[in-house]
Design a binder for this molecule. Sequence first.
Ligand code: AMP
Length: 589
Amino acid sequence: MTEQQLRGETPCVVDLSASTLTASSDTELFTTTIESSAPESGFDGFGFSDALLKTLADKGYTDPSPIQKAAFPDLMLGRDLVGQAQTGTGKTAAFALPLLERLQSGQKTPQVLVLAPTRELAMQVADSFKAYAAGHPHLKVLAVYGGSDFRSQISALRRGVDVVVGTPGRVMDHMRQGTLDTSGLRSLVLDEADEMLRMGFIDDVEWILGQLPEERQVVLFSATMPSEIRRLSKRYLKDPAEVTIRTKDQEGRRIRQRSITVPMPHKLEALQRVLDACGGEGVIIFARTKAITLTVAETLEAGGHQVAVLNGDVPQNQRERTVERLRGGSVDILVATDVAARGLDVDRIGLVINYDMPFDSEAYVHRIGRTGRAGRTGEAVLFVTPRERRFINNLERATGQPIEPMEVPGNTAINQGRLDRLHKRLADAAQQPRANADEEALLKELLQRIGTELELSSEQLAYAALSLAIGSEPLLRQQGDDDWIHNTQRRDRDRGERRERRNDRPARPPEDNMQRYRVEVGHRDRVKPGNLVGAIAGETGLQGRLIGRIQIFDNHSLVDLPKGMPEDVFNNLRRLRVMNRELQITQAS
Ligand code: AMP
């Protein structure tokens, strides 16, 4: 993050509306770029010690970022705070600097505890604390997370630590064992709270919150604010200050994002239905490969749409002509690959359809940024196959916005849309006089003549004119050809219910000679019992048949193993990776 990017104004609640944010380039969609005419104020005036001011100057920080300016005063006073901000806004320093400044000297037990969803974030936050505490070499910061050596963490805790940063599971283990004494804790930070919720840590977080001293400061940061996080904040935070930082990708606020789950064989038909129900002005459809852009374009053309294609095979000069056609309105639909559509800036795009899931969240943000431009609102619809649905969370986090589920428009919705549009066109035509008055007189005379010749009422005449305008194609879709939509929805619902029933079933206790363990892989990693048996048997030398019951849940699994596992075997199992994720094995309660 550059200094210029972090420069901003000083409101108490920062709500940087889109007008103060500029998109400097398409590749920088995640960073905060803030224009400001406010004079640089530096870090003076927040009550920071000289040692900290020097550390910041040495790090080259000249000005606090907007979230820092907003958070410092309240946090220095010991107030609770809820911040909605994403990585890259300077949120770590926003809480780390005031909390460091409020540490009391001479206390042996930890004063600050930070909970982070992943070991990577925990390490990163701990490193930031260490860097900001450079002026206080005696200050001790410790990161505790699953998969790292328990004993060395215990001895560090015994020697005395001021700041502990950890993942919820490991922190809870230390608290339960009495190796982490929270009786003198002054501040707790929940970093990336929504991610902890998503990873299934929320019960652990609540347990930890329940153990803390009554008088403590709680700081909660989250990129998004789902209702569970709001509930948590209401329950455990006292009259918190609220800070919201809108980064420029949150221009996305003006873009309504939705997702449709559609099985592969029905994608083309679902696309036509979405266009029928929601398409209006300009539409861009993103596809993964050149071949798919062509298939999609051909299908839509056959359905009567005017379509242009933009892919790597289209020569540069023709690409420019295509964009001009889209801009001018001679085509309404563009089917494009990511590379070809980079930097595309057309104001009249009202809808972006992600026909194929983008490769990563950056590509997604880039794609949907093609709509909602020039102060307009926009719609973005993402097609996902049932298997791809689990990636939606990442995209929500990248944009800081929810992606609402949407159903494939059925015939009733489409027909209603068509009637509404016809209603509007007719009303507009009736209220707008024709530009050429002579022509208008001639048309009226024609109507009168036909009416007299055929002895028609004005109603019959109006109907004939409307019918002519609509053309011979049927106006409405016939019932019945949307049965597959209902069938897919029903199958989906059934699958969800079956999974819920499985998870709700009360777990049988382990056999007498067995101990139940929790491992951090689950359905989200697509783990199967065989993967666990294979990996555990391989690592421990246990025969597969000695491995007991295995229960797989969304974010974790329970495995029954023979009692009396030697400690070194247990330690090796902790770091064992299954489905590319560390088991982080712990004894299940
Ligand atoms: P974060 O949002 O906490 O992940 O921070 C993003 C990056 O901004 C980190 O590399 C920080 O070191 C850096 N940073 C945080 N605050 C400032 C600041 N006031 N001036 C310059 N860089 C900063």
